[in-house]
Structures are given as C-alpha cells and as structure tokens.
Design a protein around this ligand. Sequence first.
Ligand code: AMP
Ligand code: TRP
Length: 324
Amino acid sequence: MKNLIFSGIQPTGALHLGNYLGAIKQWVDLQNEHESIFCIVDYHAMTVAYDAKKLPERISELALDLLACGIDPEKAILFVQSQVPEHTELGWIFNTITPIAILSRMTQYKDKSEQNKQNINAGLFTYPVLQAADVLLYKANLVPVGEDQVQHVELMRVIARKFNKAFGELFPEPKPLLTEQARVMSLSDPTKKMSKSLGEKHYIALSDSPDVIKRKVRSAVTDTHAGSKSPGVENLFAILEALGGEDLVKELKSQHKKGSLQYADLKDVAANTIISHLKPIRERRTELEKEREHVGEILIQGAKRAQKIAQQTMSEVREKIGVR
Ligand code: AMP
Ligand code: TRP
C-alpha cells in the first residue's frame, strides 16, 4: 500500500529550534518520500484561551516558517484546517461514535484541563476527535507525531474501526510515525522542554539573528548539577547531534570526559552550528516575508487540493451513514 502522510501543527506563532528539530525537519524529509499533507490546525488552537485578533498573524507566521524550513507546495499539500470545513463535519460524525470514557482517559486532556481550570470546554474534550477527522478525511495511514500524541493516534484507530464496523469498510487505521527525533530542552532551564511559553531566553526562534543566537547560547545554563552529568551540557550535545555534527560531538564528548572541555568553547561551537544551519532558513524567510500574498496563495491552493480529497471522502461517508 502506498503511504499517505498527514500531520498537523497548531498556530501558536513563529517556530523555535525544538519544533524544527523535533518535528518539522522530519516533515521536510518525508515529503520527498511520500505523498504528504500538512495542516495548520487553527480550530484546535481555539480549545484554549486565545487572542482572535492575533490568530491570522500567527497562522501566517507559521506558514512562513514552514515554507522557509523547506515544506514545498510542489511536493506536499500545505493548508489551513478552517479553510476546509469538511474537517468539522466529519468531526461531528465521529463525535457520535466516540465513547466519552475513552476521551476522558486522554492524558493531554487531563493535563490541559488541569492547567486551564477556568476554561474546560467541550472542544478541549473532543479535540482528539477532530484530530481523527483531520487524518481520516484523507485516509492517511501514517501520522508523524511526538510521543505525546501517540494516544491520539490510537484513538484514530479506534474511531476508524468503529466507523467501519458500524457503516461498512471505509477508513484505514493510521499508525504513528515515531522516529528518533531530538527533544530539545530550554537553554536557561534545561530540565524543561524548549518552549515559547517559558520566555525569551529559553528558546531560539528560527528567525533569531546570529547575534541573538550567540547571546542566548552563551548565557545557556550548563553547570547546574555539579558533579553529575549536567542537563545543560547534554542539551547542547543533543542539539549539535541533531544538527548533524556527530563527529564533532564525539570529539567534544571525549574532551568533556577528560575534563578539558571549556563550556565557553562548547557554547561557541553550538552557537556557530545553529547559526549556520538556520542561515538558509532565515534567508528564505526574509524572501517570503516580501511576498506574503504569494504565501496566502499557496495556502489557498493547498486548501483547494485538500478539499477535493475531503469532499470525495465526505460523499462516501454521507452515503454510508444515511444522509444525502
Ligand atoms: P507544540 O507547538 O508544542 O505543540 O509543538 C509543535 C511540534 O513541535 C510538536 O510536534 C512537538 O512534538 C514539537 N516540539 C515542541 N517543542 C519541542 C522540543 N522542545 N523538542 C522537540 N520537539 C518539540
Ligand atoms: N494535536 C496535535 C498537537 O498538538 C496537532 C494536530 C492536530 C495533529 N491534528 C492533527 C497532529 C493531525 C497530527 C495529525 O501537536
């Protein structure tokens, strides 16, 4: 069977190095091997408090970053979820076959509702059902995601099975695609995952200038745990490795073992490696910023291509469930 890849990312603004090394770099590789669909999931982003005025900007910043990273509209479909209303239509139908009991076991729901006690809305609860619709609408069979989303992909399989059993065979059972992707930690608190919500000094944005990158890496925490392995040093090694510097890391690790590695030198190497890797991305981004209309057009064309597939699936679904 030919593989069809589908993945989604929430428009929470510009991307950071963790997003790139943990997810987007893999998408860029996958699009060369498989038919791929990548979706900016704005309806998912509405399940927690968000600023409606800023959403359009967040979507276009993310689209710029994705294209700058190398998502190629000639190879993959890139589009915005809300531009293809079939997602919510299928989401509703799936709601009617999804047991509440399964949804209440979703770890992400439990975490997010714990963090947002004032806003535990039904959308947050049925979020994974919409996610299942995202993927099954295209009958995609491989879903590149991080560990934290595996439970959601398992739910997609349950929903596909339930639908097929109740109404007749239609959907494949998608599988998560977990490759060994880097987990990038915060520079200034390397026990936490790199994330924008922690604040400026914790992450490197793909759009950060070389000077900013140097400054942030230089002030990275390296020696919090005297004596034991320092998570900050491990993080810099992991970043270097993910950027393809295996030989360099071997050499630096052996120096580290001997006690001859200066952290300032490690930081310089790390900063320079990050800068040279992000350079072409940053340059492409600058170019794309000048052609925002073109970026908007790419998203519209992507939505058109996506919708063509989505409409075909929906006509099969409607036939099966008895609505015409
Ligand atoms: P988020 O916006 O946090 O949902 O992240 C979008 C994508 O980037 C997801 O696939 C995450 O798994 C990945 N990601 C986010 N932060 C990191 C990180 N610090 N290290 C590796 N991957 C990450
Ligand atoms: N829930 C995913 C996340 O938070 C984003 C997402 C939405 C997604 N729909 C998807 C991922 C479909 C893969 C496939 O990262």
